[in-house]
Design a protein around this ligand. Structure first.
Ligand SMILES: Nc1nc2c(ncn2[C@@H]2O[C@H](COP(=O)(O)OP(=O)(O)OP(=O)(O)O)[C@@H](O)[C@H]2O)c(=O)[nH]1
Ligand SMILES: [Mg+2]
Length: 438
């Protein structure tokens, strides 16, 4: 599967550096799958074959078997009964809390030397979603204060009301605590899925999940490499410590990338790159629908090979990029623009990061979808009410107007209310089969 993001073959090179040593704490099936993929990144760099590590926590033992682990620095920890939390938030939370000491020990052991930890969970299930708040509290109070962020997936519309309401319940609580956390990266499964099935109509959901997990992994690794590896061109610079500050900024992080052929950029003609660069910012990589003018920090990095850099990275060009970022995020306290030379680059690559954002409009959409499903359920309940009211229906007793009728009444052969009641009782019996009774 191809990801357009690794055009520079970053994984095959041995001449790269990393800004931060990431540790990935995966919670639940989705969280563990993404965390493993991110921690599996393997490079040719000496003493950096596996620059990241991971701790995978799940209540479902079998799920660990489904995860592809190539990095020996990834540990697994089973909590709860080994059978999963069955989309039950409380069960997931309980499993985590009950084994807090074991988890704390594993976290300290695994992440001691890490610069930054990502808590990763797929929102919507029982284990990951149920334990994410406890995991936040645990890192916060065990030496990782302000040194961790969240990677959370947002469910697709068709995943059902339990999944959507689980996700919204925890998002609501997380959003209230956002000021005390590092950055949050949202992976919008609906957005990535729509794009994926359009391009791969014959693929499966499992293919999509693999693709999306690779995509998240490549995005984070690429950003981490870009900020540390390449020679700044000119005096503007965006370095590892600034990258770290971005990640530590409370609020949601929006990431974007735009790659274009070297020859396409024509400085005499802004339409050769400006509209597409702006679009890339609004479309984001992993999620979109942000009010970017709320950003408290922003950064843009542009990379090309030397001949292109000498032609393109003029004062006029960096001024243009700076103006665009400034117009989009006027309130950002810092917004460094940096240009770099990567001798091996093919094409020109624009990366932007906007930090300190509020939740995106996708969350609104999920609330609307949740309300629609609740309303549907209410209407369904109304139908059930019709049945229930039918059960309470009482037929008026027949007027006794002849001797025959009186006889039948006395003999118990009449078709009266009692019959109806015994009928409905029968219908409530366990083995009652409505089809047989038709
Ligand atoms: N991008 C991506 N999303 C995933 C993946 N697996 C699950 N998800 C999303 O995460 C949500 C939660 O699912 P799981 O992670 O399987 O749930 P869990 O935390 O294991 O919870 P329980 O199984 O209920 O104990 C799903 O509804 C999906 O939207 C994955 O591999 N990649
Ligand atoms: Mg599970």
């Amino acid at each position: 599967m191809t990801t357009t993001i690794t055009q520079q073959n970053l994984l095959e090179r041995d001449d790269l550096h990393f800004s931060l040593k990431f540790g990935y704490l995966g919670l639940g099936m989705g969280g563990c799958s993404i965390a493993a993929e991110c921690a599996n990144v393997k490079t040719n760099v000496k003493n950096g074959h596996f620059p990241y590590n991971g701790l995978l926590i799940n209540t479902n033992n079998m799920d660990f078997e489904k995860i592809n682990i190539i990095n020996p620095n990834i540990e697994k920890l089973q909590i709860g009964n080994g059978k999963g939390a069955g989309r039950d938030l409380e069960a997931g939370e309980k499993a985590f809390t009950e084994e807090k000491e074991k988890v704390t020990g594993a976290i300290k052991k695994q992440f001691m030397d890490r610069d930054f930890i990502w808590i990763v969970a797929g929102l919507g299930g029982g284990t990951g979603t149920g334990s994410v708040i406890e995991a936040i509290k645990l890192l916060h109070s065990n030496g990782f204060k302000k040194r961790f962020g969240l990677i959370l997936t947002l469910p697709r519309n068709k995943e059902g009301s339990t999944v959507i309401s689980n996700a919204l319940e925890r998002l609501q609580r997380i959003s209230k605590a956002m000021a005390g956390l590092g950055s949050i990266i949202l992976v919008d499964n609906q957005k990535l899925y729509d794009k994926f099935i359009k391009e791969n109509p014959n693929s499966t959901l499992a293919d999509y999940l693999t693709y999306s997990n690779n995509f998240v992994s490549a995005t984070l690794h690429e950003l981490n490499v870009v900020t540390a590896s390449f020679k700044p061109f000119g005096d503007s610079h965006f370095d590892s410590s600034e990258f770290e500050n971005l990640l530590k900024t409370p609020g949601v992080l929006s990431l974007s990338k735009y790659s274009v052929k070297d020859s396409k950029i024509d400085l005499g003609n802004e339409s050769s790159y400006v509209p597409e660069f702006k679009d890339s910012i609004n479309n984001g990589i992993l999620s979109d629908g942000y009010k970017l003018d709320n950003a408290t920090r922003a950064a843009a990095s542009v990379i090309s090979n030397k001949p292109t850099a000498q032609r393109v990275f003029t004062l006029g060009f960096t001024d243009k990029i700076e103006t665009i970022v400034d117009e989009i995020a006027p309130l950002a306290g810092e917004k460094p623009i940096a240009t770099y030379v990567d001798e091996k680059a093919r094409g020109v690559h624009f990366y932007t990061v906007f930090a300190g954002l509020n939740l995106p409009t996708r969350v609104n959409e999920l609330v609307v979808e949740n309300n629609r499903l609740t309303e549907l359920q209410d209407n369904k309940d109304d139908e059930d009410d019709v049945l229930a009211s039918l059960q309470t229906f009482k037929r008026k007793k027949k007027q006794v107007d002849s001797v025959d009728d009186l006889d039948s009444l006395l003999s118990g052969n009449s078709n009266t209310i009692d019959d109806f009641e015994s009928e409905s009782k029968k219908k409530q019996e366990d083995n009652y089969d409505p089809i047989e009774d038709m």
